[in-house]
Design a protein. Structure first.
Ligand SMILES: NC(=O)c1ccc[n+]([C@@H]2O[C@H](COP(=O)([O-])OP(=O)(O)OC[C@H]3O[C@@H](n4cnc5c(N)ncnc54)[C@H](OP(=O)(O)O)[C@@H]3O)[C@@H](O)[C@H]2O)c1
Length: 317
């Protein structure tokens, strides 16, 4: 079957490590695994990390990339694939598709049957393909870990990204006052059009916030600390711009801040996210949709850093 996979690693030029070509059919790990015919997927920064060799060992190559998929399940129904699998071979006890089990950027993907959720009515395959990784992570950052219901104001750093645009859209749909930073003036305009207050990175906010959504890391972490209200939660799920920021500990104890790490979400989080999007009419922010036949262009787009929302791949074309 055709697939997009990492055949080697290249830290300096991850796109050079991407291969598009034939790969064997996915192998189910167990009797309860089923095969899904993929209709749509979306890219995540995770796919670029994999091509750089971060979180993926050379012994696992070639590895089909992609965490997100919407497809047709074994019963002929359209399904959203929950991308986290139980994995005894991983110190976390879990792994994502494309880490140990082959990923979704292919004609077919094998997953446990319990990882299939019905595609909600009214949601297209390309829209729903944005939800399993970036949107799930943003949902858990806000709701489950950030306890956003206890506060009124949210700051989202690096707002052009997939997780960040999800956090902006979800926090707005939850009725919160949302501030978002972006380095790019055009992206700030687009964030403002969603209903958030867009500011330059590092700018003083008109108020301190209760929850900070932090995926950028070193470049924005000091601003996250300075913008936090007493008892605020700074929720970290990524570190695109560096994972070793300088941290002012005085500010943490004086303001009684909580720095909380999180990754992906539980099946319950996923079900709540799908229900919330259906109930509130929330639709993913899509940067661009690329036919699978041009999947390299989709990767180049993500790698450019110029994205606003999710980069989606249509597997029917
Ligand atoms: N732990 C998890 O479960 C999980 C799940 C999903 C993602 N993540 C992580 O979260 C991060 C974002 O993922 P994504 O898929 O949303 O990535 P993405 O779509 O590629 O996000 C890119 C965004 O990051 C911001 N950015 C990049 N470099 C920056 C810099 N030097 N200074 C300031 N901002 C910078 C940019 O914002 P502006 O251009 O708007 O400034 C850009 O729009 C990644 O590190 C990813 O690995 C983790």
């Amino acid at each position: 079957m055709r697939a997009a996979f990492a055949s080697r690693f290249d830290d300096a030029d991850p796109l050079a490590a991407l291969t598009v070509g034939e790969q064997p059919e996915p192998t189910p790990w167990d009797d309860d695994w089923v095969t899904v015919q993929v209709l749509a997927s979306s890219l995540n920064h995770h796919d670029l990390w994999s091509l750089r060799g971060v979180g993926l060992g050379a012994d696992r190559l070639p590895m089909i990339l992609g965490c997100d998929a919407v497809g047709v399940g074994p019963d002929g129904n359209e399904v959203v694939v929950y991308p986290v699998i139980a994995d005894k071979g991983d110190p976390r006890g879990i792994s994502l598709l494309s880490e140990h089990a082959q990923g979704t950027l292919a004609e077919r993907v094998a997953v446990p049957r319990s990882n299939l959720l019905p595609l909600p009515a009214g949601l297209s395959a390309t829209d729903a393909a944005c939800l399993p990784t970036a949107w799930l992570t943003a949902w858990r950052m806000l709701r489950t870990v950030g306890r956003v219901d206890e506060g009124d104001a949210v700051l989202v750093q690096g707002a052009g990204g997939g997780v960040a645009t999800a956090a902006v859209a979800l926090a707005l749909a939850m009725g919160k006052r949302v501030y978002a930073t972006s380095r790019d003036a055009a992206k700030r305009e687009r964030i403002a059009a969603l209903g958030a207050t867009a500011v330059e990175p590092g700018a003083r906010l008109p108020e301190r916030v209760d929850v900070v959504v932090e995926t950028v890391g070193a470049a924005t972490f000091d601003h996250s600390l300075k913008s936090a209200a007493p008892m605020a939660r700074i929720v970290v799920s990524g570190a695109t711009a560096g994972h070793e920021p300088k941290v002012n500990l005085r500010r943490i104890f004086a303001m009684q801040l909580q720095i909380l790490g999180t990754s992906m979400g539980t099946p319950d989080d996923m079900a709540q996210l799908l229900a919330f999007c259906a109930e509130h009419g929330v639709r993913p922010v899509v940067d661009s949709v690329h036919p699978f036949s041009q999947v390299e262009e989709a990767f180049a787009r993500l790698h450019s850093g110029d994205v606003f929302g999710k980069v989606v791949v249509d597997h029917t074309r």
